[in-house]
Design a protein around this ligand. Sequence first.
Ligand SMILES: N[C@@H](CCC(=O)N[C@@H](CS)C(=O)NCC(=O)O)C(=O)O
Length: 354
Amino acid sequence: MSKRYVLYTMHNSPYSDKVRALLRYKRLPVDEQVENAQTRFSVLQARTGKTMVPVVLTPAGDAVNDSTTIAATIEAACPQPPTRWKDPVADTLAMLLEDYADEWLVRIMLCSRWYHADDAAQNATLIACAMTHSVYGVDFQRAARDFPASIVATLPKMGATPDNAESWYAMLPAMLAALDEALSRSLFLTGSSPHQCDFAFYGQLNQLRRDPTGSAWIGDGPASVRQWLDRIEGACAPGASTVPSSLADLDALRPLAVQMAETYLRMQVANALAVEAGHNQVRAELAGAVAFSAAPAKYNSKLLGANLDLLETLYAAGRALPTAIESALLAELGPLAAAQSALLAARPALARRF
Ligand SMILES: N[C@@H](CCC(=O)N[C@@H](CS)C(=O)NCC(=O)O)C(=O)O
C-alpha cells in the first residue's frame, strides 16, 4: 500500500490551494494530480460521487472530498503540527471564520473572477489547459467555453449577479481592513501558527491575487495581509517550524467576526427561516447596503446548523466567546429565537442565551 497521499486539484481552485498548503504544513508526502476531463469522472466521480476538487486519496485507501472534511481527516491522522486549537473558545471562533472564508469570501472571489472579462479569459484558459491535458479528443475551445459557463451559472444561486457585483466587491476592503486589525495582534489569525481558518482565507485570497482584477485589489490593500499570505506559504516550506499557541485575547478579531455576522450569518439566518417557512425567495439587507436575494438553499441551512453546533458545544461546556464577539453573533441569530426555529430548539445550551 502506498504511504503517500494523492491530492487531486485544479489550478484555479481556492479549496485546492487551502488543502495543498495544509498538507505541506503537516509535512505529509503528497503526489499532486491536476484533474483533467478524464480523471474528473474516472477518479473524482467514481470515488466520491462528485466531480469536485480537492479530493485526497489517503495511504489507507480512502477517498475524501470537501476541504473541511479533508482537514479533519488529516488532523486526526497527523495531529502535529496542530491546525486546530485545544482552547475551545479560540477554536470555535476560528472554525466560524473558516466557514466564512469558504462560503462567503469565495463569492467575492468568484464575482471578481467571472464578471471581469480579463479575469474570466485567464481562468477559462487555465481550466481548458488542465481539462485537455493528456486527454485525447477533448476540444480546447469547447472546454474553455463550457466549464466556465457551468461555474458562472451557480453565481446567481449564491446571490451574486452582474447587477449587484459592485456591492460584493465593496465587501473586500472592509474584510481586508478587519484582517489587518486581526493580524496586528498575532502572526496568524488566531495564534502564533496557522489554524485551519488561515488556510481557508489563504485559498481564497491566493486565487484572488492571481487574477488581474484581484491582484490589484490585494496590492492596494493592507501590507499586513500580503505579508500574512507569504507567512503562511513560508510556514509550509520545507524546514520551517512554528511554535503553535492560540491567542488568549481574541478582541482583535471582533471586526472580522462582526463582518461575518452582519453579512454571511445574516444571510444564513434569513435563508434558514425561508426554508422553514417554505418561502420561495430569501431577501436580506446585509451590512454595506448589500441587498441579498436568492432562492432558499438547504445547503446553507446545513452550514448554519454546523455553525450552531460549534456554539452549542462551546456553551454546553460552560464556555463563551468574548462578549463583544458573542453579542454580534447572537444579535444575528435573534430572528431564529423569535421565530421559534427548530434549529435552536435542537440546541438547548445556545437557545438559553436568548
Ligand atoms: N465545499 C467544497 C467546495 C469544492 C468546490 O467548490 N470545488 C470546485 C472548484 S473550487 C469544483 O471542483 N467545481 C467543479 C464541479 O463542481 O464539478 C470544499 O470545501 O472542498
